[in-house]
Design a protein around this ligand. Structure first.
Ligand code: XIL
Length: 455
């Protein structure tokens, strides 16, 4: 265990080392050997930069590509959230009734969680990639099958998924605002969506529950229909926490001029908004500019918590001929990549205001308990102190903490941690505190709350 004084020593040593690294990098840059970002402290990866703005930056991932070295290294370096591109869908997880297969989905979840990335769950109830047996069921059987599917798939990853797309693409395109025909809609009627959300809440109370759709990015008849449904759910207490905007754009369906306004009106209903499947056909500056607009729209909406692009590299995109992603087929960064990183790094949030972010790792597990470590990372400005909250999940209890000054709420589950000699952090610098959790049978990872920095 490191005492506060050795922690202080360590951080002043790392400041000196950092200064040396920066000075050396400056010399190399002057000699034209490496490129430096515009400001000394600008984050250099999408995930780190988004984290400084309190957001995630994710990608869709295919399990069968994880063995390709350049794919995995690009994923691991740049992104801090993943969505299984196909592996959690109904046809992948329950091809025959009540016989579940999770191998490929497990691979993605394990890859992500062992590297501290979050996972979006995609998707539980959807008309597409749905095995034909589902369409052959009568209403009673279909209702049972839908709820069983939600319970089994969400149960498998309980406590490990940040947000689930509970229902995907339930509305028709065009001006009708009507529901799309599907086995669920046709046999169970309008109530199937709310039933799915209620089942989902019970199946994993820690996951945020999202409705996800496309062509809902601007204000139009389809997004109005989704908006009215979400407003109604909020008014009646149907559990919904987030709305996903797929954001598949091309020249026939460009980034709408009212994209930000549309995100904001949903956010004003009290739900998070997330950009869940972003890809934009094109190349060069035009594509880069469209990407900037999407990132800036999300940054301007405080409840827009993250962006996921629908793949790592153009060569594996579901629309490969559109070259719609941030890395080309050789994993080179495209102008669109630079535009996204610059937009994330631009002044306003990451550009000087004191801030900090939290990440969690389980460091040890034995017997009836586990040790957790929370890393506090300053944003692009130095900070003199921080206040971090962490919630454990009853009946868990924290038995001991280190490298911080703890206080507790009356329930004994919400830990507020302040520094103990490790409050001062340089821009981008980090420190950690730790704790032991008595699991009492519940091995769910703690939930990170806010990190509030003192300038
Ligand atoms: C796509 C995948 O990218 C393809 O590999 C698959 O063949 C079809 O589905 N909306 C969604 C995603 O919600 O699940 C879809 O993903 C793209 C459109």
């Amino acid at each position: 265990m490191i005492s506060p004084s050795s922690g202080t020593l360590r951080s002043s040593w790392s400041r000196a080392r950092r200064a040396l690294v920066v000075a050396t990098a400056g010399l190399l840059a002057a000699a034209g050997l490496i490129a430096l970002p515009n400001t000394a402290d600008a984050a250099t990866t999408l995930g780190a930069s988004a984290a400084e703005r309190g957001r995630y930056f994710g990608t869709a991932v295919a399990a069968n590509r994880l063995g390709e070295a350049a794919y995995a290294s690009t994923l691991n370096t740049e992104f801090n959230s993943v969505t299984a591109e196909n592996e959690m869908k109904w046809d992948a997880t329950e091809r025959t009734r009540n016989s579940f297969t999770f191998g490929a989905a497990d691979q993605i979840v394990n890859h992500a969680r062992s590297r501290g990335m979050r996972v979006r769950g995609h998707t539980l109830v959807w008309h597409s990639q749905l095995p034909s047996w589902v369409g052959g069921l009568n209403a009673n059987d279909l209702r049972a099958a839908m709820n069983n599917h939600i319970n089994q798939v969400m149960g498998r990853y309980r406590g490990q998924i940040d947000s689930w797309d509970v229902v995907n693409e339930a509305f028709q395109d065009g001006n009708s605002g009507a529901r799309r025909s599907s086995p669920f809609q046709d046999r169970l009627g309008n109530g199937y969506i709310e039933e799915a959300f209620r089942t989902a809440r019970a199946a994993d109370p820690n996951a945020k529950l999202c409705y996800n759709d496309y062509n809902t990015d601007g204000v139009n008849a389809k997004s109005n229909a989704v908006y009215n449904m979400v407003r109604d759910f909020r008014a009646r207490g149907v559990p919904i926490d987030c709305v996903g905007f797929q954001s598949h754009f091309n020249s026939a369906s460009p980034v709408p001029s009212d994209f930000q306004a549309n995100l904001q009106r949903f956010a004003d209903l009290g739900v998070e908004v997330q950009i869940t499947e972003l890809d934009i056909a094109g190349s060069g500056t035009a594509q880069a500019n469209s990407y900037s607009r999407v990132v800036n729209a999300c940054l301007a909406v405080s409840r827009c918590t993250g962006i996921t692009v629908w793949g790592v590299t153009d060569k594996y995109s579901w629309r490969a001929s559109d070259t719609p992603l941030l890395f080309d087929g050789n994993y080179n960064k495209k102008p669109a990549y630079t535009a996204v990183l610059n937009a994330l790094n631009a002044s306003g949030g990451g550009g000087g205001a004191a801030g900090c972010t939290l990440t969690y790792t389980e460091t040890q597990r034995w017997g009836d308990r586990f040790n957790g470590q929370v890393t506090v990372t300053a944003g692009s400005a130095p900070i003199s102190g921080w206040t971090a909250t962490v919630t454990v999940h009853s009946p868990q209890r924290v038995s001991t903490t280190w490298h911080g000054s703890p206080t507790w709420d009356s329930s004994g589950t919400v830990l507020t941690m302040r520094p103990n000699g490790n409050g001062a952090l340089s821009a981008g610098g980090s420190t950690s505190f730790g704790f032991t959790v008595m699991a009492n049978g519940n091995w769910t990872a703690p939930t990170l709350g806010s990190c509030v920095a003192t300038a």
